[in-house]
Design a protein around this ligand. Structure first.
Ligand SMILES: NC(=O)c1ccc[n+]([C@@H]2O[C@H](COP(=O)([O-])OP(=O)(O)OC[C@H]3O[C@@H](n4cnc5c(N)ncnc54)[C@H](OP(=O)(O)O)[C@@H]3O)[C@@H](O)[C@H]2O)c1
Length: 256
């Protein structure tokens, strides 16, 4: 359907070397977008870029460490030079610190998770906004990958859950402040899907309890995110900003 077409849109995705970002790059390219993939593991990025280009898409890989300001600036510059100004920034890169409570984490854990999951989103979004303004682009679009950890309260996810709750609030404030530049800002809040970030929870002895707590009685699959992602990336969501779309099989409305 044309409303959800991404033809001609240039989309930069952080954390595209594995998991969601790796999957998102293919979904967005298949819908017609030119995609720029960033992450530190450049070999994995190169493989994904080759897959997408071989299947008729347009993709470019750029090395990116979201915790390093110069690397972020370089990523957005190269992304803008590849296919033309970036229309959509997908802030997807994320890390967790292991199963630790607030009293177990140390300064390093806090900085590692908050710098990657929250500070880098602010930094990249600020840089993207400056570019949209400088290029006189009529609009821009930012999609933040949050998590249901922003809404559920469980033990042993302290800095991660705090970073994602912060990201939901950052989304709302950036939406409010970015509207004057034509920039929409929304979040996707997935439930649990098996990747390196969630492995520690989903492969623990708590896993059965988690599944029982999901009304749809299963963990998510990458493909469950495709519809919401295409909605947010396309003009299908042209009157949406400041929203967080929860995609979790009902997990956050569960009694458990
Ligand atoms: N899996 C779930 O159940 C779930 C649920 C809700 C939300 N999420 C969120 O989804 C996002 C993607 O995670 P995932 O589950 O797909 O896990 P993943 O497979 O581990 O992917 C994480 C990605 O982030 C990148 N990354 C980490 N640190 C980075 C840095 N400093 N600079 C650049 N890229 C960096 C990694 O690439 P490199 O290591 O190559 O740099 C990797 O591509 C995260 O924000 C996560 O919090 C996941």
């Amino acid at each position: 359907m044309d409303l959800f077409s991404l033809k001609g849109k240039n989309i930069a995705i952080t954390g595209a070397s594995s998991g969601f970002g790796h999957h998102f790059a293919g979904v967005l390219a298949a819908a017609g977008a030119n995609v720029i993939l960033g992450a530190r593991r450049t070999d994995k990025i190169a493989d994904r870029v080759a897959d997408i280009n071989a299947s008729g898409g347009q993709a470019l890989g750029v090395p990116l460490d979201v915790t390093v300001p110069d690397s972020c600036a370089d990523f957005l510059r190269q992304a803008g030079e590849a296919f033309g100004p970036v229309d959509v920034l997908v802030n997807n890169a994320g890390v967790e610190a292991g199963a630790k409570t607030y009293s177990m984490i140390d300064e390093e854990d806090w900085d590692f998770v908050l710098d990657t999951n929250l500070k880098s989103v602010w930094r990249l979004s600020k840089m993207f906004t400056e570019t949209v303004i400088k290029n006189k682009q009529p609009e821009g679009n930012i999609i933040n990958v949050a998590s249901i950890s922003a809404f559920r309260t469980i033990k042993g996810q302290f800095p991660y859950a705090v970073s994602k709750a912060g990201l939901v609030k950052a989304t709302e404030i950036m939406a409010l402040e970015g509207a004057r530049y034509g920039i929409r800002v929304n979040s996707l809040a997935p439930g649990y899907i098996l990747t390196d970030v969630s492995r520690i929870l989903l492969e623990s002895e708590r896993s059965d309890t988690f599944v029982k707590g999901i009304p749809m009685r299963r963990y998510g699959e990458f493909e469950d995110l495709d519809g919401p992602l295409l909605l947010l990336a396309s003009d299908g969501s042209r009157y949406m900003t400041g929203s967080t779309i929860v995609v979790d099989g009902g997990h956050i409305v569960s009694e458990l």
